[in-house]
Design a protein around this ligand. Structure first.
Ligand code: NAP
Length: 330
């Protein structure tokens, strides 16, 4: 089997973790990196033994030896960087949030369809074993009817604070960065909300440094979602039905979480084990992309265009309610 040849756009925090995890993907090879500067491209290439080092993103996208590009720039650049790669017929795995708003997401999907090139949002949680296990549990119906979902994601950023977290020009704010995981889980458990309430606390830069969201459903179910850059919260999720409760322990979106099942009373805990592989957990989505490309697919059957669109449309609705705006919304 020929190896899938990966290129990485950007050389920051997540680019490094993804590069490190590619070694756990069978028949995958990291062959190129694109950075805005020669020095950072060289440093990344030396660290991960990458053959092609480009000091522009365009040069990376034009490299004929690259099959697929992992976009690891800040969210505000995802739209432009994805379009640039798709126009050059390069398959794309783009970090979350896929873009700033659903208008941009639609344009990205339209271009992938037009060029018949693969595009997927790197919503890595969807490919993790514990998430798959959770889906099985929900399908079996052992929790009964789900009536409430509670989820928190909050941390105080380490100093020096990464610029992209608070800078509106980079898509800063909790909702698109970490609240997106809360929304993704709520959609997975309860589906599209019938009604949304949301409020936020603005940081000095105007972005949301905290956001509280309520999803309401016609069957009476409620989901409560909280994201914060000002509090170190237990980043956990509780899914509660009339026959039991599941708790995903800190951090609910990562492979390190544990699934606790409380069939009845609060003190009757069972721990459901899931297999864990070495690595940060980004190899699961990378493996899936490789499988899609080998099958000649241009859309993932797991993280579909409709999934990314629903996620972003829900984020749009929340931002509208809470008053979180970016220049891209104008
Ligand atoms: N899935 C996950 O678990 C996860 C975790 C963290 C972040 N993310 C996502 O990954 C993306 C990047 O986050 P990160 O934490 O890796 O950010 P980061 O450390 O700041 O790195 C972002 C990289 O993007 C490139 N870039 C291009 N234009 C830029 C600009 N105007 N300002 C700053 N950087 C620019 C830079 O690479 P060059 O200098 O090499 O060009 C930079 O190193 C975000 O969308 C975030 O939501 C996902």
């Amino acid at each position: 089997m020929t190896a899938i040849r990966w290129g990485i756009l950007g050389s920051g925090n997540i680019a490094r973790k993804f590069a490190s995890d590619l070694r756990y993907v069978e028949n995958a090879k990291l062959v190129a990196v694109g950075s805005r500067h020669r020095s950072t491209a060289d440093a990344f290439a030396a660290e991960f033994k990458v053959r092609h080092k480009h000091n522009t993103y365009e040069a990376l996208a034009e490299n004929a030896e690259v099959d697929v590009i992992y976009i690891a720039s800040p969210h505000a650049m995802h739209h432009a960087h994805t379009l640039m790669c798709l126009e050059r017929k390069k398959a794309v795995l783009c970090e979350k949030a896929l873009a700033i708003n659903s208008k941009q997401v639609k344009e990205m999907i339209d271009l992938a369809r037009k060029e018949k090139v693969f595009l997927m949002e790197a919503l890595w949680t969807k490919f993790l074993p514990h998430y798959q296990k959770l889906q099985e549990i929900l399908k079996e119906g052992i929790l009964g009817e789900i009536k409430s979902f509670l989820v928190n994601f909050g941390f105080i950023p380490n100093i020096p604070v990464p610029q992209r977290l608070f800078d509106p020009a980079l898509g800063g704010g909790t909702m698109l960065d970490i609240g997106i995981y809360n929304v993704f889980m709520a959609l997975s458990v309860l589906g599209r909300p019938d009604d949304i309430e949301a409020t936020m606390t603005p940081a000095i830069t105007g972005i949301d440094e905290q956001c509280a969201v309520l999803f309401k459903y016609k069957n009476g179910a409620l989901a409560q979602l909280f994201s914060s850059y000002t509090s170190n919260l237990a980043t956990e999720a509780d899914i509660c039905g009339n026959k039991g409760r599941i708790r995903l322990t800190h951090r609910f979106y990562e492979p390190g979480t544990t699934i606790e099942f409380y069939p009845g009373r609060v003190d009757s805990k069972q721990v459901l084990t899931v297999p864990k592989e070495p690595g940060h957990g980004y190899h699961y989505e990378a493996r899936h992309v490789g499988e899609c490309l080998r099958m000649g697919l241009t859309e993932s059957p797991v993280m579909r265009f409709a999934d990314s669109l629903l996620l972003m449309e829900t984020l749009d609705r929340i931002r509208k309610m809470a008053g979180i705006r970016y220049a891209e919304d104008n």
